[in-house]
Design a protein around this ligand. Structure first.
Ligand SMILES: [Zn+2]
Length: 185
């Protein structure tokens, strides 16, 4: 399948962002992170921009493992907007001096009716729901993980009392995937 490079950024040997391109900044702005300017991003630890402690700690181990073995890996992920599912991949390419070049690619996007839960501007009611940082499935009370449209009884409703806040973790499948990438080679 032909895929399109969306954005690139590069990390130094301490996981700090040393280069970021304009498309990455636009992409972040598209996802409502409008305060991400080049000045704010360059020099900052990449972990500041990874959703959730679990994924961030897996990435820290993955970067270390990549620097050690020098081989590229690809991490599949979703970067959804409230009205769009975006299936993406992130290529991580080790370079000299412990640098890691990161290249985000859009595989495909699917428009969908707007999901207020995923919109940062939506009023929140103080409750919490857990979403997977990589595949964006939601954790159910029975510990299964489902797409947001299946997880909510009324996914398109926006009650005046607000909707829950989202916290980030990894579902068991994505956790296994990251462990596998860390341990490969
Ligand atoms: Zn997942």
């Amino acid at each position: 399948m032909q895929t399109q490079t969306c954005y690139t950024y590069e990390l130094d040997d301490t996981d700090r962002i040393v280069e970021v391109d304009e498309p990455w900044l636009c992409f972040a702005a598209d996802n409502d992170a409008a305060d991400l300017t080049r000045e704010r991003v360059v020099g900052a630890p990449v972990h500041d921009f990874i959703a959730g402690w679990t994924l961030s700690s897996h990435y820290a181990r993955l970067y270390k493992s990549l620097r050690h073995r020098g081989a590229a890996v690809t991490v599949p992920f979703r970067c959804d907007a409230p009205d769009m599912r975006r299936h993406m991949e992130l290529d991580l390419l080790p370079r000299n001096e412990g640098r890691i070049h990161c290249r985000g690619r859009l595989l495909r996007s699917e428009p969908r009716p707007r999901i207020p839960l995923l919109d940062r501007r939506t009023r929140r009611n103080g409750e919490w729901l857990v979403t997977c940082s990589l595949c964006r499935q939601m954790k159910m009370p029975d510990n299964n993980w489902r797409e947001v449209e299946e997880a909510l009884t009324e996914p398109y409703a926006e009650p005046l009392s607000g909707l829950p806040q989202l916290s980030h973790d990894l579902c068991p499948d994505c956790d296994r995937l990251m462990q596998g990438l860390i341990e490969a080679g």
